[in-house]
Structure formats: C-alpha cells, structure tokens
Ligand binder design. Structure first.
Ligand code: SAM
Length: 448
C-alpha cells in the first residue's frame, strides 16, 4: 500500500504521536460484520455484538456472502461496523418514538436506509434517494430485500428536494467523500485520493447540504456523515452549515471503551472513528438540529397515485390489509401504508420514484403474477401461499436463475423459502417449473 505523502502529512498534523499506530492499522485486516434484520430469521454463528447497535455483529471469519441464500432473503445486510453508529445519532435526535418523515438523500447501496427502516416507528415514511441511476437500481434491490412497506426509492438530484420545504423531520446526508477511511478496504479510494479531490468533495457536500436544508422542518435533525478523516470535509463542512443555517449540534453519548473520538470545532460537535482505536473503518458523523423557521407544508396535489386497484383477491396477500391502500400503475399493483398515503401521493408527484411501498403483483388479463418484492416483504401473508422449503443447493440454483427440481403436486405460483425466510417465487406448470427470480438480480457465482 503506497500512502500519498500529502495524506501522511495531514494525518501527522491531526494525530501527532498517534499517527504511527494509525498507519500500522491500515495494514491490518478489516473486521467482517453484518447487521441483522429485526424480523427475519438468521443465526450469526461465531459472532460478537457491535456495541453501538442492537443488530450489528462482528463475524469471526468472512463468509462468501454471495453464496448464502439468507443474504438474498434480506435476513441480514453486510455493513461496515463504524457506519452502524448511525443508530446512536438517530437515538440522540429523539425522533424514533413517533411516526416521522425521513429523507436519506445519498442512499445507495442502502446501508443507512435499511438501518433506518429497522429503527424508525413503523408509521414513519422513509424516502431513500440516490442521484446516480445505476446505483439507484442497486438501492431498490436492497430495499426490496429488506422488505419494509413504509419506503419510497427515488432517483433525484438533491436540488429537487429544496422545494419540499419543511417536509422532513430527519434528513441523513451520508455524503460522497474522498474516502480516506476506506483506504484499508478499497484500493480505488487510495488511488483516486488527491488534495484537489478533497476540495471538490467538500464543495459537493456543501451543495448537497444547501439543497436539502430547506426540506428539513424547524426542530428537525440532519445527520451528516462521511468515511473520511479530512477536516475540510468533516468539521469545516459542519462549521459552514452552522454559518449558513441556524442550528445546534447534538451530543451523542459514547462509552469510553468504544474508542470513538468526540471532536469540537468552533460551535460544531462531531464523532470520529479511527481504525487504530475502533474495530471498524474510518468514519465521521455529526447531528444538527435546525432552528430556522420553515414555511408551511401543503400536501395538495391534483393527481392521484396510479389507478384504483379493482382486484379484491390481492388484499388477502397482506397480513393486515385494512392498513394499506392498493393502487396500480401500468398493471403493477402496489400497496402503501394507509397512514402515509397522502404523503406518498404528494411526493410521487414531485419526485422521480422507482419503488413505492410494496410491489405486489402484475395483473395479466385478470391473473395475478406475483412480484419478487412481495415475496421479500415483511407484510406478506405467507399463509395465503403454497410454500416449499429449499435446500442450500436448490437455493443457489434458484438464485442463479437456473432450472430447479421441486417435488410438489401443487400447480401455480409457489413461495420458496430458505431457513424460514421467503426467497422468491416459481410457477409450477404441468410440464416445467418457471424460475421467477429477477434476471438482473441473479448471482453468477457457482456453489463451492
Ligand atoms: N448511504 C449509503 C449507504 O449507507 O449504503 C452510502 C452512500 S455513499 C457514501 C454516497 C452516495 O452519494 C453514493 O451512492 C453516490 O452515488 C452519491 N452521490 C454522488 N454524487 C452525488 C451528488 N452530487 N449528490 C448526491 N449524491 C451523490
């Protein structure tokens, strides 16, 4: 690993005598870690708890995640431990006991968004946004695997949120950054690093913050994070925010043995994660409460979300159908939580949505063909379907979208499960089995 000299100097100035241990830690192996789904089944063998999160686990050895069907069933998310500190920042914001509106503006591939869904009050609504289209697709895949109904995935530039004045109680800006905290894991971050790129990233972060700030309610909280140590991108960006808008920084309680460093810079408070002190990668996070008054939010819109869904049968697909509103767009029937319908309707007219609530089925000439997202949804009424449990070998074939053999006398759509979690659908026809796993999600790796 060749570490750029400019970066070495920055770290020496920042850490003084500690910089030697810091540089040594860059040559050690990154911990393997996952975050468990609160409502799906998974036993993390040979694991220990990550202390700042309820669902985070350090794994003793790094498995081949791609070949574990439980990952594809959304039973856990592979995530770096420091990032899971988001949980403490959200707790410090004091917003999780009530239904709130949340925006995750730089959301792909979905680590923070899936974590937020696990944390939020179930009647909250999360807008999980990613500006880069190809990354928005990966985000949509991961959000569907997580299976929560109270979420919209959007593909918008941060500037599109400025007009949603005072809409959100919580905004997460997990900003694109120079990636210094990822040098140990990611060679590209190391090769692409330069002083000029740090400057560019800092400017981009300020632009994103300026764009989304109007969308935060007065009294609402913005959580800013990066995976870099650079003060220009971290504390100086926070300082810039506090000069731009009226706000106060929140203190996030940390235990001394966690190794997290609280930094204060002018009126800002931030939390730094260094790999020689914390069992995780480099990370920075700060939480700030908005004190600026906002304009009124008015949710009026002329347009209704999709067409009314006339299919009675589909309501039986969900565990508590009275809590949902069903609608169809181009034949695809989705369900959204009733308590959030008005907001979703409003937002779907303002934003470019890719996923809204639970995609349930496509109506093909009166016959319902189930959507993959329905299988993974935590709201699916699984008792309404014929289920077949797969072995590991069958599950891998299914995820590779290869033909699979299933012994069943049933015909029609069948819900496949692996270790108690739904994995997807097949259509059992008289003379063959149609594997309905989404083509663009299929895994290419072969069983080992
Ligand atoms: N929050 C994500 C997670 O936990 O999985 C990681 C987000 S990553 C650090 C930053 C994201 O910002 C990337 O997905 C990137 O595509 C997106 N991004 C890049 N340029 C952007 C811009 N100008 N405005 C908003 N987002 C941008």
């Amino acid at each position: 690993m060749i570490i750029p000299e400019d970066f070495q100097k920055i770290i020496k100035d920042l850490l003084g005598n500690e910089s030697l241990s810091f540089f040594e830690s860059l040559h050690s192996v990154s911990p393997s870690s996952i975050r468990l789904h609160p409502h799906k089944n998974y036993e993390a063998k040979n694991s220990t708890n990550i202390p700042w999160t309820k669902w985070g686990k350090y794994l003793e050895t790094r498995p081949v995640y791609t070949l574990d069907p439980s990952l594809h069933a959304g039973a856990y998310y592979v995530q770096e431990p420091s990032s899971m500190f988001l949980e403490q920042a959200v707790k410090a914001a004091n917003v999780i006991d009530q239904p709130i509106m949340v925006l995750d503006v730089c959301a792909a591939p979905g680590g923070k968004s899936t974590h937020l869904l696990s944390l939020l009050h179930p009647d909250s609504l999360l807008v999980s946004n990613e500006v880069i289209r190809s990354r928005a697709s990966i985000l949509t895949e991961n959000i569907q695997k997580w299976g929560y109904p109270n979420v919209m995935v959007t593909n918008n530039d941060p500037s599109h949120f400025s007009k949603l004045e005072g809409m959100f109680d919580l905004i997460v800006v997990d900003a694109p950054c120079s990636g210094e905290g990822l040098f140990r894991k990611d060679n590209d971050a190391l090769n692409e690093w330069s002083l000029s790129n740090v400057e560019l990233c800092a400017l981009r972060q300020r632009r994103i913050l300026k764009d989304v700030w109007p969308a935060l309610k007065q009294g609402g909280v913005l959580i800013f994070s990066t995976c870099t140590y650079n003060t220009k991108e971290d504390e100086e960006t926070m300082e810039w925010l506090s000069e731009t808008g009226k706000c106060e920084f929140l203190s996030i309680p940390v235990q001394p043995d966690w190794g997290i460093v609280e930094t204060t810079f002018k009126q800002t408070i931030g939390y730094r994660f260094y790999p020689h002190k914390v069992k995780g990668e480099g990370f920075f996070i700060a939480a700030v409460r908005k004190l600026d008054p906002e304009n009124d939010v008015r949710l009026h819109t002329k347009y209704a979300l999709g067409d009314k869904c006339k299919n009675e049968e589909i309501s039986q697909w969900l565990e508590d159908p009275s809590q949902y509103k069903f609608f169809s767009i181009k034949g695809q029937i989705n369900a959204v939580p009733l308590c959030n319908y008005e907001k979703i309707n409003y937002l779907s007219n303002k934003l470019n949505s890719i996923l809204i609530g639970i995609p349930l089925a496509t109506d093909k000439h009166g016959k319902l063909v189930p959507e993959h997202g329905a299988a993974l949804s935590i709201s699916l009424n699984k008792n309404n379907f014929i289920k077949v449990a797969l072995t590991l070998e069958q599950a891998i074939l299914y995820l590779r979208k290869e033909p699979i053999e299933i012994s069943s006398n049933e015909k029609g759509f069948v819900l496949l499960t692996y270790k108690g979690n739904a994995l997807g659908w097949v259509n059992l026809l008289p003379n063959r089995i149609n594997n309905l796993y989404p083509s663009n999600w299929r895994i290419r790796m072969k069983a080992q």
